[in-house]
Write a new protein. Structure first.
Length: 165
């Protein structure tokens, strides 16, 4: 059996965007029956919220869409993550820049924006200083990305493992 595809979603605090993306991706993976094929985790480039649950607004937004992310806990990105995951999928360009700067030389993981790796456009803006509508927009983006990633995994002859690099 082939090894599972290991995906790490990365944002700044790991309490808003990346736990929402982790929750959306896991939900779509489970729906598609791909739980044995894909492993999903998330982390933040900053460690201020390590150990914390997602922001209450992120939990409420995911819950409105039928996904429970309340059990997730924030953690800081570690150098071992570049070996443990096949792809680090960043919420925005600043996250991607920070991740690239932290990557050990020769690290095998693909480093990309989450949306671009899904084959879509755009960064996911930080909703932390925003309101409910900003969290809803994040959900719409990450769920669209999650659906596209899962659709591609279900399509024979299309490998997402290498992503866009
Ligand atoms: P996230 O949002 O990167 O989507 O988790 C943020 C959460 C916390 C902070 C910044 C962004 N913060 O500065 O504490």
């Amino acid at each position: 059996m082939t090894e599972p595809l290991r995906l790490l979603v990365v944002c700044l605090g790991n309490i808003c965007r990346s736990p929402m993306a982790e929750g959306a991706l896991r939900a779509r993976v489970v729906e598609a029956g791909l739980s044995d094929v894909v492993r999903i985790d998330s982390a933040g480039t900053g460690g201020w919220h390590a150990g914390d649950p997602p922001d209450p607004r992120a939990i409420a937004t995911a819950r409105r869409h039928g996904v429970d992310i309340s059990g997730l806990r924030a953690r800081k990105l570690q150098s071992q993550d570049f070996d443990r995951f096949d792809a680090l999928l960043c919420a925005d360009h600043a996250n991607l820049r920070d991740v690239r700067a932290l990557a050990p030389a020769g690290a095998p993981a693909a480093l990309s924006l989450f949306m671009e790796w899904a084959g879509l456009e755009g960064a996911i803006p930080d909703p932390y200083e925003g309101g409910e509508a900003d969290f809803e927009r994040v959900w719409q983006q990450v769920d669209e990305g999650a659906r596209v990633i899962v659709a591609r995994l279900l399509t024979p002859d299309v490998s997402v493992a290498s992503g866009t690099g």
